[in-house]
Design a protein around this ligand. Structure first.
Ligand code: SF4
Length: 200
């Protein structure tokens, strides 16, 4: 968002004042032990910090909630502030699947295929009532929640959820990412979760 109190730093190229905020906050380092010239922490904390602040979302938007996602990406709410400006449409290069909109049962296998094409570690947000539970479409043709075909990490309620709610859901995923053990994906519990969905 524009900071009207920031100093004017460049008006030569554009012919108008351009203001850049100097109020830039650095992320906190993970908890650890530090002294003069050294800092020690756990590997999982360090990896979690890196992953948390560089999530690459894959938007899977089928209807109105996708419009809220566009607002979330745009300059006012600006998901890039969380290190996620790199939205991708190649599943192999993304680690956060954001499902937004009504998912018809015919679309279920497509969604599942996109999920399977993402490399581990991967996380999933169900954005809005439709993705979470089918929403108002309690009909023969609509999937009553994407967790019928893929595991979901965070559900964002609302029809549609405001961008603030999407950001809140995103931050809940960041909490999961930051605190996840580097071994979780190989754990028997995680394998059992995938097995419930018929995923090897
Ligand atoms: S939850 Fe509401 S706004 Fe979102 S896709 Fe469904 S009907 Fe549209």
């Amino acid at each position: 968002m524009a900071d009207n109190n920031a100093p004017v730093v460049n008006e030569v190229l554009t012919g108008r004042p351009v203001r850049f905020s100097t109020n830039v906050k650095m992320i906190e380092p993970p908890p650890g032990v530090e002294g003069e010239g050294f800092f020690m922490t756990k590997l999982s904390e360090l990896v979690g910090m890196g992953r948390k602040n560089s999530l690459w979302p894959l938007p899977f938007a089928t209807s109105c909630c996708g419009i809220e996602f566009m607002a979330t990406m745009a300059s006012h709410y600006d998901l890039a502030r969380f290190g996620s400006e790199r939205v991708g449409f190649s599943p192999r290069q993304c680690d956060l699947l954001m499902v937004m909109g009504t998912i018809a049962k015919k679309m279920g296998p497509v969604l599942r295929q996109v999920y399977l094409q993402m490399a581990e570690p991967r996380w999933v947000i169900a954005v809005g009532a439709c993705a979470s539970s089918g929403g108002i479409f309690d009909t023969y043709s609509v999937l009553q929640g994407i967790d019928q075909v893929i595991p979901v990490d965070v559900y964002v309620p609302g029809c549609p959820p405001r961008p603030e709610a999407i950001l809140d859901g995103f931050m809940r995923v960041q909490d999961l990412v930051a605190n996840e053990s580097v071994r979780r994906r190989n754990s028997p519990q995680y394998q059992a979760l995938l097995a419930e969905y018929g995923i090897q």
